[in-house]
Design a protein around this ligand. Sequence first.
Ligand code: PFF
Length: 459
Amino acid sequence: MEHPPRALWASRLGFILAAAGSAVGLGNVWKFPYIAGENGGGAFVLVYLLCIAVVGLPIMMAELMIGRHTRRDAVGAFIHLEGRRSFWLSPGWVSIAAAFIILSYYSVVAGWTLDYVYRSLAGSFSGQPAEAIEGMFGSLIGDGPRQILWHFIFVLLSLGIVIGGVQKGIERWSKILMPILFVLLFLLFVNGMLSKGAWEGITFMFRPDFHHLTPGSVLEAMGHAFFTLSLGMAAMITYGSYLSKGEDLLAASLRVVILDTTIALMAGLAIFSVVFSVGMQPAAGPGLVFKTVPVVFSQLPGGHFLAIVFFLLLSFAALTSAISLLEAQVAYLIDERGWNRKRATAFLAGLAFVVGIPTALSYNSLSEWKIIGDRVFFDSVDLIASNYLLPISGLLIALYVGWFWSGTEEKEELIAGGAGWIYPLWHFLIRFVSPVAVAIVLFFKIRETGLFEWLAGLF
Ligand code: PFF
């Protein structure tokens, strides 16, 4: 098939902001802070940084390399490298499937953040007792139509950006949204550091408590490193395919990784400091940002404004991540199926909306509908995508690039941008360390989540 000339990022900054936009998302602002707090604070942060360095960074470089070398979407990249009948198309397919599933429920959760932007603008939290504010979350997830409406709006926003294309859509909007996100986070961070809970927040996140660091925490750190860097989901292969040849892949990946980690740490400090400053205890999971945070802000002077800032920040983070998930799929239809961008984006956004509907109904009309074990639809799709598909595609990508790719092309990709010197170290990590680490995570995830039993039960 003839391929039209491919779009490229207009500038290095544009790429960094778009890739950081993909990486920085709900994972950074609500998930990282509380898993760090629960798994031994500083001890966990250290392990996490190690996972990022020896697993996350090498795989991110590998994905960008595959994309840039082939200038194709994630499936097309492997077709280009290995032909149509190769086993190695599997990482491409698995990652696109992961992107598809994740977008469908990620945008439901992102819809919750829009609902909270709306509520904070409307002043719904002001002057309310804590129980009333906490109850708002329950009433939101109990309300199917309301969630479907916000989910629809969110998908529409993602569509509106992706339809504009690489430079005029994704890059332009990343250049607008990401700087605003930095400013908003900085405001909240300063506010946290000036609050009287600052020290307690810092110790909660950083004091190394090795008693709480279990083997399970190490798995958690590794899994999170993957999710937070948007790996195994076709996003980085696709974004890499728009990257110019002269770009230093090591420097580019490092920038994205550093931005992602810094933002996660700042978000944690911003949240925990204010939580402790009003004498509350940090809750886990969605409860942290959707219940505790609005309660805290309702008790602080200027809290009305802070709540708006916080939920806007969260929605922007989610939006720049969602567009990368959508773009990864759109690129497939454009590159491999010859669709035009408008049609591809409208079709896939529509599909994400439809498949997201059962997610939005998971805690109300469909709460009795259990799919895997006793998990509702939402938890089941999350389980499949983040616990199985991501590590599977990450493992396959590491194995392919480390052991089966030409042996010279990946080196050339590094040399082209001036990072040839890192090749021996990178090659060692991607051959031996990353695949083993990811395989271990996968094995334990499968065991822990009872997939074996579930499969056995089917027969
Ligand atoms: N990295 C995003 C986060 O931390 O929330 C989630 C994500 C976005 C994963 C895009 C994968 C992806 F392709």
